[in-house]
Design a binder for this molecule. Structure first.
Ligand code: SF4
Length: 408
């Protein structure tokens, strides 16, 4: 049987280190001190390179069009290790000195407390086109109760550096619904952030995860969050503020200036296939069977534990096969987050039918309710929620899945 060559559009690399854990965070990362944990960080880069190398074998790397180094806190790697990683990655992707190939987007996540000029210079010289900076809030009491490292002076310094070295080519995250946050505080956060002219802003509604210190603090009444309705109003206030200031919403939590949407995230939302390297990272490779019904996906998730990862053996990986029905559901789940909806042309090629063939009743009801919009992309009609519809995405998805079940 001929070996399959996969064509993922994106590569995600997870750097599982932070200077300290934020109280609300349930992403996989461990706290490290860059000064005293240098050996661990060096070993990590060495093993990460092997992990990526192994994953590139059955893959047409020339199709990878975006890279995202996230975490965790990639800026904790410091300039030397980041240079080592970029010097390995670019030739492996056939990008750089002896090649005319360029990739559309290469993002690195940073946090202000570990960001410096040398790190950003290495990124800029090594081909990183975009930086994503975790701000969350400038409001000191909110930062303290959320357990965020770094004060507002440090945030301003980091944003000024980003402006100096990256111009506007950066994104910043803001969280709404934090302790001590009201509309005036969120407005101040937005105004301060936009004064540094980012091209892209992610506005997240605080999600309270069990097994986090914030959750414990809330159930033991040490910390109070704004009531649910207030939190919802705050997020909508933030959405409207960004839209009115030149950052229209293009996904559930994402806003961008014209032409500055995240290429990498769109690859996820449109299920274009991606690789994931590093502890806890997950990748999904898909073969398109079209009308034959033989479409299937392979999901590979690296064990979320850095200690065995750096031990040098092959990383422990959890593999899962996704059948056609699971992939259709996931295409809806991811695709309807995006303001242009799932990729209708790819959907047809992949599943041998149109979206409207599978959920006609749901589309009829939601169109009549004024929650949908239509446009074209690559000559195909795209079906998507409008910004009112995105607010109640989960209700829409429930309707989609009930209708899909009836078809089964
Ligand atoms: S910096 Fe980011 S990844 Fe690290 S603990 Fe805080 S929220 Fe989590």
């Amino acid at each position: 049987m001929p070996e399959i060559t996969y064509s993922p559009a994106a590569l995600y690399i997870h750097i599982p280190f932070c200077s300290k854990k934020c109280d609300y965070c349930d992403f996989y990362s461990i706290p490290v001190n860059a000064a005293t944990d240098g050996q661990l960080l060096d070993s990590f880069i060495e093993i990460l390179r092997k992990d990526i190398d192994r994953q590139f074998k059955p893959v047409d790397t020339a199709k990878i069009n975006s890279v995202y180094i996230g975490g965790g806190t990639p800026s904790l790697l410091g300039p030397r290790r980041m240079k080592e990683l970029l010097d390995f990655l670019m030739p492996a992707l056939s990008v750089g000195q002896n090649s005319a190939r360029k990739i559309d987007e290469f993002t690195v996540e940073v946090n202000p407390e570990s960001l410096d000029k040398d790190f950003l210079r290495v990124c800029a010289e090594g081909g990183v086109t975009r930086i994503s900076c975790g701000i969350q809030t400038f409001n000191a009491p909110s930062r303290r109760l959320a357990g965020r490292a770094g004060g507002s002076a440090r945030l301003g310094k980091a944003l000024a550096l980003l402006g100096e070295i990256y111009g506007g080519a950066f994104s910043a995250d803001i969280i709404s619904g934090l302790p001590f946050q009201d509309e005036a505080a969120l407005r101040r956060d937005m105004e301060t952030l936009l004064s540094y002219k980012p091209a892209h802003v992610s506005l997240y509604d605080l999600t309270l995860e069990e097994n986090t210190p914030l959750y414990q603090n809330i159930i033991s009444s040490r910390v109070t969050l704004p009531p649910l309705e207030t939190a919802e109003r705050l997020w909508i206030f933030g959405r409207d503020f960004l839209t009115a200031n030149g950052y229209p919403q293009y996904e559930v939590s994402n806003f961008a200036q014209e032409g500055k949407r995240s290429v990498h995230n769109i690859a996820y939302w449109r299920m274009s296939g991606w690789l994931g390297a590093g502890p806890s990272a997950s990748g999904t490779l898909i073969t398109d069977g079209g009308a034959s019904g033989k479409t299937f996906g392979l999901r590979r998730t690296v064990n979320a534990d850095v200690r065995p990862y750096v031990s040098g053996a092959e990383p422990e990986v959890f593999s899962e096969t996704l059948d056609r029905n699971a992939l259709i559901k996931e295409s809806f789940l991811m695709g309807f987050r995006y303001i242009k909806g799932p990729d209708a042309a790819l959907f047809k090629k992949r599943f041998g039918c149109g979206i409207e063939d599978l959920i006609p009743e749901t589309l009829r009801v939601w169109r009549n309710a004024g929650k949908m919009q239509s446009g074209t992309l690559n000559g195909a009609l795209n079906i998507a929620l409008n910004t009112d519809g995105l607010l109640i995405l989960n209700r829409f998805l429930t309707d989609c899945f009930i209708e899909l079940e009836k078809l089964a």
